[in-house]
Design a protein around this ligand. Structure first.
Ligand SMILES: Nc1ncnc2c1ncn2[C@@H]1O[C@H](COP(=O)(O)OP(=O)(O)OP(=O)(O)O)[C@@H](O)[C@H]1O
Ligand SMILES: [Mg+2]
Length: 302
């Protein structure tokens, strides 16, 4: 599959502050990528650069192989990026339907039947004839999502789209985004400062902190936490310590430690050779949340 978005060594400086520091990542067709980081990490800044709202930066951004800098130079209109960045702006005195039609025309959508499909899958049918001024925040957010995907652009940028939404409707929104990514092959970049919200819907997570991208791979992600149960904890402990494993959660009949899963077979063979009994070996997969928190705490971060 081809890359739809490529962000290459993007740096953004405001005054004396480096807000983005050599940021690089890419997104393929139909892929959902989560951009996760604490407040002020630089999520909105990256998204504004990608959508052309912030024209000055170092580095390069390619959308479908075209450097977006050339696009703005040539003044060609961007139809290939849909976005919601900060609160979507609508005309309050127009109805939901009128607003969507207005944006649809702006983006050159001819087949208006697509609107119905989108409106329905976002549960907005009943709100279409109401003025946007009377919408709740949740309705406005949903209308924003509808507007951003009107033309099924190849790239969709969603900056905290579920911010302030009723938790009940978040699963619906998630389903909608997964559906357009997988069925319409839209590449999606979605941000949040809550990892657990994104974890279940994203193919890949990009962590950002203080303007820098942190990849879990940088932090020994190849090592998994493993728990071994044994009837002879003393011997097992001795053996593992001798082999330089750092032990965690030592219990009467079990111990945990970090190991590259590809070395596990060898380890169990050695245990057998050394007549150290063990009844179970479990890989306790570190959740992404743990990984994220570990990275954020880790030495990598200055
Ligand atoms: N126009 C600007 N001028 C000066 N500094 C800015 C500007 N826009 C953003 N910043 C700074 O850049 C940093 C990153 O901001 P950004 O809005 O990208 O963070 P964020 O990750 O989106 O945070 P949040 O989770 O709060 O939305 C912050 O320190 C912010 O103060
Ligand atoms: Mg932001």
């Amino acid at each position: 599959m081809k890359d739809i978005l490529k962000v290459e060594n993007v740096t953004k400086i405001y005054g004396k502050k480096t807000v983005l520091d050599n940021v690089s990542f890419s997104i393929k067709e139909g892929e959902i990528v989560g951009l996760v980081g604490p407040n002020g990490a630089g999520k909105t800044t990256v998204m504004k650069i990608i959508t052309g709202l912030t024209p000055k930066y170092e580095g390069n951004v390619y959308i479908g192989n075209e450097n977006i800098r050339n696009k703005f130079k040539n003044k060609t209109k961007t139809k290939n990026v849909g976005c919601i960045i900060e609160t979507p702006g609508f005309y309050p005195s127009l109805t939901g339907e009128e607003n969507l039609k207005f944006f649809a025309e702006l983006s050159g959508l001819e087949d208006l039947s697509e609107i119905d499909e989108i409106v329905e899958s976002l549960g907005l049918q009943n709100a279409m004839k109401k003025k946007v001024g009377s919408y709740s925040l949740g309705m406005r957010q949903r209308l924003g999502i509808a507007q951003s995907v009107l033309t099924y652009p190849p790239l969709l940028i969603l900056d905290e789209p579920t911010n302030g939404l009723d938790p009940n409707i978040i699963p619906e929104i998630r389903k909608f985004i997964i559906n357009i990514a997988k069925n319409k092959k839209v590449a999606v970049l979605i941000s949040s400062h809550i990892l657990s919200e994104l974890e279940i819907m994203c193919d890949k997570i990009v962590f950002i902190q203080k303007g820098k991208i942190i990849t879990p791979e940088d932090n020994n992600a190849s090592e998994a936490m493993v728990r071994i149960t044994t009837s002879n904890i003393a011997e097992l402990q001795k053996f593992l310590r001798k082999n330089n494993y750092k032990l965690f959660n030592l219990a009467i009949n079990s111990v945990e430690f970090k190991i590259d899963p590809s070395e596990l077979e060898n380890l169990t063979r050695c245990l057998a050779i050394n007549k150290i009994p063990f009844s179970t070996v479990e890989i306790l997969t570190e959740s992404l949340e743990d990984k994220f928190l570990n990275i954020m705490r880790g030495d990598l971060v200055d």
